[in-house]
Design a protein around this ligand. Structure first.
Ligand SMILES: [Zn+2]
Length: 343
């Protein structure tokens, strides 16, 4: 793809174009966003621009020409100076250490066809801290001809020392109304609550919402039920219910990104409770539902507001935050969710 073909993320596209036009493409770039946010596509488009041989076109349009031999090779993923590394598995530690060593070993070899070597490191959050540390040295003092393009679901999940050295772009998400319209047009036969659920768990990413709708990912219907069960069980310290939720969640063998989605949705639900606690006496049912990001049933809001003190919600939010961060070190999603539920 060329930058001109992207419809979303206009701010990012314009900024990248400006950087291309003013020849400021060097060092490390990070594109942060969820699955389906378009971060990989932009990373590839930028790599293509970097190797494109038509300097005049680049200066004029801030984009790749799309027709030179380098552009054609880039499109076919066969350009020798675009080196892509991605995790073999969708989990922390999913990056093979050999791949990281290979990158470091070959970094100082001059480019083959182009003036530049572009390294696309996909989903860097799945690289262990040790491997990131090893890589850091290269990113810190790269040869002039090397450019790193990193994609990640969240900069919080990669070493700060890596993130702080980079030009960072956060992919914008489309709002839920636009997403709803889009999904309703696309999945006319689906019922409304299914679309709502997809939006809830998509973290604003249209690609993720599409995956959920086409059932390529975990059954989010179940996840929705689990979240409610967990919120009630945690409030009442109901060990039996927590155990049941744990059993079901570990049975579904969550991948790391599914677990991250789960925590993200739980976080939204917890924030809803916090907001509801402040407004429950002033707002009517309809007004309250309007400001809720997660809940659709007023009975749930009323009940949970009664069960949770503000301190208890803060505690829950802190736990979610901690266990999300733990996923960085603990590659076992079962242990992670078990730990979270036991806390
Ligand atoms: Zn070109």
């Amino acid at each position: 793809m060329k930058l001109n073909e992207f419809v979303k993320n206009k701010y990012i596209i314009d900024t990248v174009k400006e950087m291309v036009q003013s020849k400021r493409i060097s060092g490390t770039f990070i594109f942060e966003g969820g699955t389906g946010s378009g971060k990989s596509e932009i990373a590839k488009a930028l790599a293509k621009i970097i190797v494109c041989q038509d300097g005049e076109y680049k200066e004029k349009h801030g984009d790749a020409c799309g027709s030179c031999i380098s552009c054609i090779k880039a499109d076919k993923n066969i350009h020798p100076d675009i080196i892509t590394a991605e995790p073999e598995e969708d989990k922390a530690g999913g990056f093979h250490i050999d791949k990281v060593r290979e990158i470091i070993d070959e970094l100082y070899l001059t480019p083959n066809e182009s003036d530049v070597k572009v390294y696309i490191l996909e989903d860097l959050q799945n690289m262990t801290v040790q491997a990131q540390n090893a890589l850091l040295k290269s990113i810190e003092e790269p040869p002039d001809f090397a450019v790193f393009i990193i994609t990640t679901t969240s900069c919080d999940l990669i070493l700060e020392t890596v993130a702080s050295r980079a030009v960072k772009f956060t992919m914008e998400y489309i709002d839920s109304e636009a997403m709803q319209n889009y999904l309703e047009a696309k999945f006319t036969a689906s019922d409304f609550s299914e679309i709502k659920k997809a939006i809830k768990f998509s973290n604003g990413s249209i690609g993720e919402a599409m995956d959920i709708m086409t059932k390529k990912t975990l059954a989010y219907n179940d996840m929705d039920d689990h979240i409610k069960v967990i919120l009630y069980a945690k409030a009442k310290n109901n060990n039996e219910a927590i155990l049941a939720a744990l059993q079901q969640l570990t049975l579904s063998n969550l991948t790391r990104s599914e677990l991250l989605r789960f925590y993200a949705a739980l976080e939204i639900a917890a924030r809803d409770i916090l907001i509801a606690k402040s407004f429950i006496n002033e707002y009517h049912e309809r007004e309250m539902l309007n400001i809720m990001a997660y809940f659709e049933d007023y009975e749930d809001i009323e009940a949970l507001v009664g069960l949770y003190s503000k301190e208890k919600v803060y505690e829950l939010l802190q736990n979610i935050h901690d266990f999300k961060a733990n996923l960085d070190y603990n590659i076992n999603t079962r242990l992670n969710i078990a730990g979270f539920l036991a806390t």
